[in-house]
Design a protein around this ligand. Structure first.
Ligand code: THU
Length: 133
């Protein structure tokens, strides 16, 4: 990776950590923050928001895609997610599907195993194309 690209990931991680600091996770005690780069240069973020009705909790990625759509849409190109220690976290299965909708197989994810395309984190994904066949 070029130095410039690495700086880009570090900046995105900093945004994810800032979002994590705003999480509402009183039930799990597990705050999460997510940040993504949009193809027009915007950065969108999200944090998890839990609920007294436990199953209704929203993952950080839910807030992120909501902010994406509500701030003009576009395609996600890079994504990172951190836990309460600010360490890189892989998105849960449901959230990989949320990300696939707005980033597709080429969305780059920062993972503990390095930068990987979503196609490797969600192989043989079901997506919008299936509905137009
Ligand atoms: N969580 C996320 O926000 N994103 C993920 O990808 C993994 C899990 C949240 C959900 C819940 O509020 C807490 O982490 C513990 O599972």
């Amino acid at each position: 990776m070029t130095p410039g690209a690495e700086a880009g990931w570090a900046a995105l991680r900093a945004e994810a950590r800032a979002a994590m600091s705003r999480a509402y996770a009183p039930y799990s005690g597990y705050p999460v923050g997510a940040a993504a780069l949009v193809d027009d240069g915007r950065v969108v973020t999200g944090c998890n928001v839990e609920n007294a009705s436990y199953g209704l909790g929203l993952c950080a990625e839910c807030g992120l895609v909501s902010q994406l759509q509500n701030s003009g849409g576009g395609r996600l190109t890079r994504f990172t997610c951190v836990d309460g220690d600010g360490e890189i976290l892989v998105p849960c299965g449901r959230c990989r599907q949320l990300l696939y909708e707005f980033g597709g197989p080429d969305l780059l994810l920062e993972t503990p195993a390095g930068i990987l395309p979503l196609s490797e984190m969600l192989p043989q994904a079901f997506g919008p194309d299936h509905l137009t066949k």
